[in-house]
Design a protein around this ligand. Structure first.
Ligand code: HDD
Length: 510
């Protein structure tokens, strides 16, 4: 007893002191947690030391597959407070009244590298929010940057392979492979301009903005559809790192952003973000010179103004990283009535991929884990499977419809919205109005002189590591089409004259 009290007194400062006798998984008091049971002091270890076997077996199973992308992340709980009543455009209750509060969980992440990698890499940042609404969970699974590299999910596995380590050497992400892929993806020009500017390395998670990236549908009680895009604006302000500043942090710390979030919340300095929404009706699409469902485009504010929807505050750290952050599971398909996916091809692919990846990582009952479970009861007859633990006292009836239990029913008020099609056929083709370069050029011209200089330095620095002239020429040609000065400056940094560029390009077209 004396020993235990001493142990308790040594517990991490700030935590409640407690005396705790250790027990096995099945509840028996553990007699010795330091010495295995052996034959004599120096003999073999006995298989009958059940506590030893259980302890080693638990250790051997500690890992689950890390996320195939967004493996490194940090999470926290908080609250969303609505700023206005949007019930004219969406029947989602969380947006129906000013002051309405919804609890939530957020996971921020880096994208490309493994779970132990530094948080200082040039990489988009994940910005995934799970709202525990009164009508079930709503996941807004976005990034810090407002656009994406590709516009069709069929390209995603190839793109991620190009960013990930080499299958030959396991060498980490290398510009040689990254640009080898992007030299055939002109629609990436806009996102690459964001990524190689200082926006590509946010200072930390608190001081970055966020975006839902895609267009989604808001649907009102009458079934009318409005297309929306979401933007999160950090109340801490937006701050990025120059490459040299990031390198300096990286020399001593791998998880500066995770600890910044944790320590600020612990100190009561709760980070906040305002959520804005832009609204467009399908009838407005025709007048635009870009496709508004194209994820490589933003909706300029001149086209659709930003409306304040509410404010998110993060105010509670997790108590166990693995259980609450590693096992948190998001999906763009986790939706509530009044919010639906748009026809964006990239989003449509994501609707499959996320649920699939969660089932692979955690098994079919991942939604029963506390961090993932809705706060409202989810009643249906999906049942059994590995680790079924949700209380399911169906009695004798686990099917619907049932004459004996007519009270269990669906509600046609909550059917999905209706899309109409006429005179159309299936296709495997690019979207209409791809307009690959215009917004990239506008973004370049919106940057300050210093931001432009950093972009040119970062991008040319990466392109200098590419050993194939055709790849480099094709990439420069994309940036040139976005903005003449942008392309010319890169060509100069890479010592390529216009004539050389044209020659390389004409050779590839032969
Ligand atoms: Fe994704 C994770 C954001 C395109 C497939 N993605 C993941 C996470 C975020 C995003 C924030 C981490 C969620 C978490 O914290 O657990 N992803 C995006 C955004 C995209 C995007 C903003 C484009 C607009 N993603 C995208 C495509 C696909 C995926 C096109 C596949 C078709 N993403 C996944 C995934 C992940 C994932 C493989 C890995 C772990 C997970 O889902 O939960 O399913």
């Amino acid at each position: 007893m004396k020993h235990i009290t001493l142990f308790a007194a040594l517990a991490i400062s700030g935590q409640a002191l407690f005396a705790q006798t250790m027990r096995t998984n099945t509840g028996a008091i553990i007699g010795d947690n330091q010495n295995s049971k052996t034959i004599g002091n120096n003999g073999q270890v006995l298989l009958e030391d059940i506590h030893l076997i259980e302890k080693l077996a638990a250790f051997d199973r500690e890992r689950i597959p890390e996320r195939v992308v967004h493996a490194r992340g940090a999470g926290a709980y908080g609250e969303f407070v609505a700023a206005a009543d949007f019930s004219e455009v969406t029947k989602a209750k969380m947006f129906s009244a000013k002051g309405k509060k919804t609890p939530l969980f957020v996971r921020f992440s880096t994208v490309v590298h493994q779970s132990g990698s530094p948080e200082t890499y040039r990489d988009p940042r994940g910005f995934a929010v799970k709202f525990y609404t009164e009508e079930g969970n709503y996941d807004l699974v976005g990034n810090n940057l407002p656009v994406f590299f590709i516009r069709d999910a069929i390209k995603f596995p190839d793109m991620v392979h190009a960013f990930k380590p080499s299958p030959l050497t396991n060498e980490a992400s290398h510009p040689r492979r990254v640009f080898d892929f992007f030299a055939n993806v002109p629609e990436a020009t806009h996102m690459l301009t964001w990524l190689f500017s200082d926006y590509g390395i946010p200072a930390n998670f608190r001081e970055m903005n966020g975006s839902g990236v895609h267009a989604f549908k808001w649907v009102n009680e009458q079934g009318e559809v409005t297309y929306v895009k979401y933007t999160w604006k950090s109340k801490q302000g937006e701050r990025n790192l120059e490459q040299a500043e990031a390198d300096k942090i990286q020399a001593t710390m791998t998880e500066h952003a995770t600890m910044d979030l944790f320590n600020n919340i612990k100190a009561g300095n709760f980070p906040k973000w305002d959520l804005y929404v832009q609204l467009l009706k399908a009838e407005q699409f025709g007048a635009l010179d870009f496709n508004p469902l194209d994820v490589t485009k933003v909706w300029p504010e001149a086209v659709a103004k930003l409306n304040l929807v509410g404010t998110m505050t993060l105010n509670k750290n997790v108590e166990n990283y693995f259980q609450e952050v590693e096992q948190s599971a998001f999906s763009p398909g986790t939706l509530v009535p009044g919010i639906e996916p748009s026809e964006d091809k990239l989003l449509q692919g994501r609707l499959f991929s996320y649920f699939d990846t969660q089932r692979y990582r955690m098994g079919g009952n991942f939604q029963q884990l506390p961090v993932n479970a809705p706060k409202v009861e989810s009643y249906n007859y999906n049942q059994n499977g590995v680790m079924s633990s949700k209380k399911q006292n169906f009695g004798d009836i686990n099917y619907q419809p049932s004459v004996n239990r007519p009270e269990v029913k669906d509600d046609s008020k909550f059917k999905y919205s209706v899309s109409k099609f006429k005179n159309t056929e299936t296709a495997q083709a690019k979207i209409s109005k791809p307009n690959d370069f215009q917004q990239a050029g506008e973004l370049y011209r919106s940057f300050s002189k210093k931001d432009q200089d950093n972009l040119i330095a970062n991008l040319s620095g990466a392109l200098k590591q590419v050993n194939n002239n055709t790849t480099v020429a094709k990439m420069i040609f994309y940036f040139y089409q976005a903005d003449r000065d942008y392309g010319m400056r890169l060509a100069k940094e890479l010592n390529l004259s216009r004539a050389e560029l044209e020659q390389v390009l004409s050779n590839t077209q032969k």
